[in-house]
Ligand binder design. Structure first.
Ligand code: GRF
Length: 205
C-alpha cells in the first residue's frame, strides 16, 4: 500500500480528483495526510470531509503550524512513501526533497520547461501563456527537485488554446486535463509503472 501525503494551498480541485479516482486502485493507495500552508483553504475542507488527517506547515514559527523539521518527523511517523504537490505554492525544503528523491511529484498548469520557475503559479502562468500567444498549453506532472518546476517530466498533455480570448479560458481548459493526468500518474506510480532509466522517465503500459 502506497501511503501518500498531498500538499495543498488552494481550493483543492486536484485533491478532489485524486480522491475521486482512488476507488479504482483502493488496494494500492491511501491518502494518509493532507498538508497545507493555508489554514482556510477549500482543500482542507475536502480533507476534513474525507476524514483525512491534516497538518499546517510554515517556514516561520507560528501557533498551530509545524515547521518543516517537525513536518519531516510527521511524514516519517505517518510512514509516508510518496508526496503529491497538488497546488502547493511553497518551495519544499532540500532536506525533504533529499529524503524523498523521486518520491515527490508536482502538477504545474503549463507545458514545462516553458512557463515555470519561481513566481510562476496560478493565473500568472496562464497570463504568461496567453501573452505569448502560444497555441497549446496543458498540465505537466514532474518529479520535484531542489529547483522550482525543474525536475524530470513524468507526463504532459497538450491542450489546444488557439481559440481562447482570456487567460481564464486557458486555466479552465488546462484544469480539466489536470484532473485526469494527476490521478493517472498516481495510479501508474502505485502500479510501479513509472520508471526512471538513465535520467529519463518512462510510463509503462
Ligand atoms: C492547479 O492549477 C495546479 O496546477 C497548480 O495550482 C492549481 C491548484 O488548483 N499548481 P486546486 O487547488 O487543485 O484546485
Amino acid at each position: 500500500m502506497l501511503r501518500i501525503a498531498v500538499f495543498v494551498s488552494g481550493r483543492g480541485s486536484n485533491l478532489r480528483s485524486i480522491l475521486d479516482s482512488i476507488p479504482e486502485y483502493l488496494d494500492k493507495v491511501t491518502i494518509q495526510a493532507v498538508i497545507s500552508n493555508k489554514p482556510d483553504c477549500g482543500a482542507l475542507e475536502i480533507a476534513d470531509a474525507h476524514n483525512i488527517r491534516s497538518y499546517l506547515v510554515s517556514a516561520i514559527k507560528k501557533d498551530d503550524f509545524l515547521n518543516y523539521d517537525e513536518l519531516l518527523e510527521i511524514l516519517i511517523s505517518e510512514k509516508i512513501d510518496f508526496i503529491v504537490l497538488a497546488g502547493f505554492l511553497k518551495k519544499i525544503p532540500d532536506e525533504i526533497v533529499d529524503k524523498f528523491k523521486h518520491r515527490i511529484i508536482n502538477i504545474h498548469p503549463a507545458l514545462l520547461p516553458s512557463f515555470g520557475g519561481k513566481g510562476m503559479y496560478g493565473m500568472k502562468v496562464h497570463q504568461a501563456v496567453f501573452d505569448s500567444s502560444a497555441k497549446v498549453s496543458g498540465p505537466t506532472v514532474h518529479f520535484v527537485d531542489s529547483v522550482y518546476d525543474n525536475g524530470n517530466i513524468i507526463a504532459q498533455e497538450a491542450v489546444d488554446i488557439s481559440d481562447v480570448d482570456s487567460p481564464g479560458q486557458i486555466a479552465e481548459k488546462v484544469l480539466k486535463v489536470e484532473h485526469k493526468i494527476l490521478p493517472f500518474v498516481i495510479k501508474k506510480i502505485s502500479e510501479q509503472k513509472v520508471v526512471v532509466k538513465n535520467n529519463r522517465v518512462y510510463i509503462l503500459n
